[in-house]
Design a protein around this ligand. Structure first.
Ligand SMILES: Cc1cc2nc3c(=O)[nH]c(=O)nc-3n(C[C@H](O)[C@H](O)[C@H](O)COP(=O)(O)OP(=O)(O)OC[C@H]3O[C@@H](n4cnc5c(N)ncnc54)[C@H](O)[C@@H]3O)c2cc1C
Length: 381
């Protein structure tokens, strides 16, 4: 791995920076979890990105991307966070389903789904978890019964982020009568199809972050299955690798947060104990260490490597870093953290979301099991 950027990479960074400086909205967009207006404002931002061909720079040009390598994607992300651009409402599509479709989709599926995904015209939700099947995803009970050229979907999904306003979902279903990892299929379905009912789950702050999805004899064409029939487990493990290990949480997010933390410390240092400097420095070093590890990983991937179980170590690292970093911010602010006017950066919101980091994308306990079994070769517990 070469730690110097090439002249082309440096020029690319400046190009992204210039575009972001001109185009990132000056005002923060309203939450995409609270209202349809906020959601649509974020969709408009996705469209603007896509018009500038910044939707997903690694995708092939004919699918709405720029055909660039992962190192350029990391540079893009650094500039994206530096500009404090809006959170990607289409993260499930571009970071999870998109790369999975590149690997497992048919040509027809790629042509049909990827350009509209890159353009933000179709916003995707992930419909995997069920009551009783979260960590134990192989315990999914929702079914896909084959009826000629169609599947009939039945069951219930839960904790589906952004599904309240999203357009389509990618769901995990099983053949009736099948058990555990066998007989599962990954099926794409429109969230406004007859038989689909969405029920928002409101958080204490009123944001409709999640939805439950009820499926009652929902008919979808067999052509909307991603990957082989009964091979859903293999397909969704590839998606989970992208989610945990690389795309969902780029290191730039934490480097930018560490930069803000340093700024916060600087503003309050006269009133803080010396030990606080150490904690701030630790978060900054951890964010940079994570970035270096991801640069190394992307170099390995470019040379033909695969992600594998290190996606689990990455996931534990970024989620724990995020909690420590935002806890330090709250400790710097003290009681002011709870007052909007005392903390315009809203570190409390950041911290509360960071607490969910060890749960979503597969809980950290489960990641530790994977590391124990697949990296350390320990016996199954
Ligand atoms: C912010 C957020 C966004 C989410 N978005 C989505 C989404 O878009 N789509 C979707 O499908 N799901 C989503 N989820 C759901 C998420 O995937 C599940 O919450 C997660 O997999 C844990 O499942 P569970 O909640 O059912 O907890 P459980 O599986 O009931 O686990 C409860 C606790 O027991 C521990 N545990 C369970 N089994 C073991 C074991 N074998 N060994 C050790 N410990 C164990 C877990 O680590 C956890 O601490 C989201 C969750 C959050 C918090």
């Amino acid at each position: 791995m070469n730690l110097e950027y090439t002249p082309e990479q440096r020029a690319f960074r400046l190009e992204v920076r210039a575009w972001m400086e001109t185009n990132v909205p000056k005002e923060r967009l309203p939450s995409f979890d609270l209202t349809r207006e906020g959601f649509e404002a974020h969709r408009d931002w996705e469209r603007k990105l896509s018009d500038g061909r910044w939707g997903m720079v690694t995708w092939p040009e004919e699918l709405g991307g720029r055909g660039l390598d992962l190192i350029r994607w990391l540079i893009f992300e650094e500039e994206y966070y530096r500009a404090e651009a809006p959170t990607r409402v289409n993260q499930n599509g571009i970071f999870l389903l998109g790369p999975t479709m590149m690997e497992f989709g048919t040509e027809e599926q790629k042509q049909r789904f990827l350009p509209s995904m890159a353009a933000g015209d179709v916003i995707w939700a992930q419909a995997w978890s069920e009551p009783g099947a979260g960590s134990d995803l192989a315990g999914v009970r929702s079914t896909c019964a084959r009826d000629g050229d169609e599947y009939v979907l039945n069951g219930q999904k839960i904790w589906s982020s952004r599904a309240v306003f999203a357009d389509w979902a990618f769901g995990l279903f099983r053949e009736p009568g099948s058990e555990r990892h066998k007989g599962m299929s990954l099926i794409l379905f429109p969230l406004d199809a007859p038989g689909v009912t969405r029920r928002p789950i409101e958080r204490m702050d009123g944001e409709k972050v999640f939805a439950e999805i009820f499926l009652d004899n929902v008919r979808v064409p067999v052509a909307d299955r991603l990957g082989g029939e009964g091979e859903g487990w293999k397909v969704c493990m590839a998606t989970a690798g992208f989610e945990r290990g690389l795309l969902l949480r780029s290191p730039a997010r934490y480097q930018q947060a560490a930069k803000r933390l340093i700024g916060l410390y600087e503003r309050h240092r006269h009133e803080l104990p010396a030990s606080m400097a150490e904690r701030v420095a630790q978060s900054w070093m951890d964010a940079d260490a994570y970035a270096l590890a991801i640069y190394a990983m992307c170099s390995r991937l470019a040379a033909g490597g695969t992600i594998g179980p290190e996606s689990s170590t990455n996931k534990i690292f970024w989620s724990e870093l995020d909690m420590a970093l935002s806890q330090t911010a709250l400790d710097i602010l003290g009681p002011r953290a709870e007052l909007a006017e005392g903390d315009p950066e809203r570190w409390l919101d950041y911290y509360i979301f960071a607490l969910a980091g060890p749960i979503y994308a597969g809980s950290n306990e489960i990641q530790r099991n994977i590391i124990a079994e697949r990296m350390l070769g320990l016996p199954k517990g």
